[in-house]
Design a protein around this ligand. Structure first.
Ligand code: TMP
Length: 232
């Protein structure tokens, strides 16, 4: 298979059919833009399983995604997409960089859902960017940004419900989108404990990558628990 791109936690290969790719999840965990890096056995398998459950659930509920089919425990076949070079971050509760930047304790309720954009650039450290800056740079059109926001809020609604049934609070998450078939916007990348903050609904115990970022231990135990609850 021809490798197209190796990222921090996944490798992208060219698919056999035209306009397809194969994404393979790796066991590598990184934080702080790759400064902290470790191999966590089974992470690839766990993230693939969790992400596949979420993507299939979203698709069943009308959200367009890149997913074509699951190939094996760590690989998925997807539509080749022209990735929109912004990350969309959705926040239901204050945490992480939002808490730090605005001086609000983690766990503080928000009066409304927050949607933020970051420019996808490892070199620049994914800086936060607003609509007019994105359109000025030609990264996406306003029409595309409006669609990214409305799709992200729909994904938030659906995922909040899915996780609530599993006894998990969806605090915040990051999404990526791409253009396929001449411009249609679809959800891409992954949705996993690497890209979401997930807290136990009763204890508020963290079940996501913050356990790795903050050296809390029990990282894979948290991911395993998320998968177990989503599949029970
Ligand atoms: P933040 O609080 O660090 O801005 O992160 C918000 C959410 O987005 C959190 O669930 C982690 C996720 N995220 C990523 O998946 N990748 C990233 O590069 C960043 C900065 C955040």
């Amino acid at each position: 298979m021809k490798m197209l791109y190796e990222g921090k936690s996944k490798i992208v290969y060219e698919g056999e059919e035209p306009n397809t790719c194969i994404i393979k999840y790796k066991d590598t965990a990184t934080a702080g833009n790759g400064v902290k890096k470790e191999d966590l056995p089974e992470k690839g398998k766990l993230n693939a399983a969790i992400s596949n459950i979420i993507f299939e659930y979203l698709m069943k509920n009308g959200v367009k995604t890149h997913l074509i089919k699951v190939l094996d425990e760590t690989s998925v076949l997807v539509k080749k997409a022209d990735i929109v070079m912004v990350e969309v971050i959705v926040r239901n509760v204050a945490a992480g960089s939002f808490s730090k930047k605005y001086g609000v304790p983690e766990g503080t309720a928000l009066k409304n859902t927050v949607v933020e954009f970051s420019l996808k650039s490892d070199e620049l450290g994914d800086p936060m960017i607003n609509d007019s800056q994105i359109t000025a740079l030609g990264v996406a059109t306003q029409e595309e940004l409006d669609l990214l926001k409305s799709m992200s809020l729909r994904v938030d609604e659906l995922m909040t419900e899915l996780f609530a049934k599993a006894g998990i609070r969806l605090i915040d998450f990051k999404l990526e989108f791409g253009r396929v078939d001449g411009g249609e916007i679809v959800l891409c990348d992954e949705i996993s404990p690497d890209s979401c903050r997930l807290w136990d609904a009763k204890t508020n115990e963290k079940m996501d990558k913050d356990r790795f970022r903050r050296d809390m231990g029990g990282v894979m135990e948290g991911y395993k628990d998320v998968l177990a609850r989503l599949t029970k």
